[in-house]
Design a protein. Structure first.
Length: 324
């Protein structure tokens, strides 16, 4: 039996209707794999090796149903008592902790990397989780990006704004559409936006030329072992919004990949495989690559529902191929 452990936020906080990790857990349960869950605090170096303080998990079959808000969360899952496992003896560890990508997250990757050296398969590769910032990593494929600049200098960021007129400013460590600002050529707040995001020159941020095709959606394309699924989820911004993120009120619309989508995915895929990034979500607006999401890619449940897919089973098939 394969033993798979998920490093997650507290399970009670996961979104029953949308969370992609729950779909992965359900697929593992359908294969009769042993499923464990733990939080970052459950990763421990005991002086000799890395151990996982985890609990065995079983999901109720109807966990995705809408529950009466007065019901206890325990009615959709069952967890055993905390157990101690040598991390290197667990077959697969899925790092599915949501950002923020802070120092605690980095320390977790150190522990996961040590467990990886002792025999466990970690998805995604801990070293690549550290190396591949989800916004900056896209600069490795600059030919597919909109005009962009990364800087903490106010003069350079404002010069970029003057050149392009309509610009998106965003933090390099943001998620879910947080701290993303659009400033057109007449925006009187552009200087304060730059000052705020850079913490008055103390933090690097990214600026990108605004892509009008965001009105058609910010497309999430999922890749498994570097191979794109044939469909994307276009996250269409709400009225009056620039951000398409579902967490920011966007609406998901399933659609086949365009020729340009496939071109971008085929350019990115080999580098993902080389870096051990088994499950990745790239973001494409119009004809441009904007982000490469590796920490906790989402939209599995939405794409499954639109197209009758079972993305999690496809992912587990790929993981099985990597096991001894």
């Amino acid at each position: 039996m394969v033993h798979i452990a998920f490093v997650i936020d507290p399970i009670e906080t996961l979104n029953l209707k949308k969370d992609s990790t729950l779909a992965m857990m359900r697929a593992a349960q359908q294969r009769d794999w042993q499923i464990s869950v733990l939080e970052q605090s459950g990763l421990v170096w005991d002086g000799e090796r890395v151990i996982a303080l985890s609990r065995n998990l079983r999901l109720e079959e109807d966990f995705a149903k809408t529950l009466d808000p007065t019901q206890a969360h325990a009615q959709w899952f069952q967890c055993g008592e905390e157990e101690t496992h040598v991390l290197g003896e667990i077959d697969v560890v899925m790092m599915r902790k949501d950002p923020p990508f802070d120092m605690n997250y980095i320390y977790s990757t150190y522990l996961l990397e040590r467990g990886q050296s002792e025999g466990t398969l970690v998805i995604n590769n801990p070293r690549s989780l550290r190396d591949c910032n989800e916004k900056f990593f896209a600069t490795a494929f600059a030919n597919y990006q909109p005009p962009s600049v990364v800087s903490c200098r106010k003069d350079l960021l404002l010069a970029f704004h003057r050149e392009h007129g309509d610009v998106i400013f965003k933090k390099l460590d943001g998620m879910g559409g947080m701290s993303i600002f659009r400033a057109d050529e007449n925006d009187p707040n552009v200087q304060v936006i730059v000052e705020t995001l850079t913490d008055n020159g103390g933090r690097q941020i990214m600026a990108q030329r605004y892509i009008p095709q965001i009105s058609d959606g910010d497309k999430r394309i999922l890749l498994i072992d570097g191979e794109p699924l044939p469909y994307a989820l276009a996250r269409v911004p709400a009225s009056g919004e620039t951000r398409g993120n579902l967490a920011a009120g966007g609406t998901g619309v399933g659609q086949p990949l365009s020729l340009r989508d496939k071109e971008i995915a085929e350019a990115v895929g080999p580098e993902l495989r080389a870096r051990g990034l088994t499950f990745v979500g790239i973001d494409v607006i119009g004809d441009y690559l904007t982000e490469i999401n590796i920490t906790c890619p989402t939209c599995v449940r939405e794409l499954d529902a639109f197209f009758g897919l079972d993305i999690s089973s496809t992912l587990l098939d790929a993981i099985e191929q990597k096991l001894p």
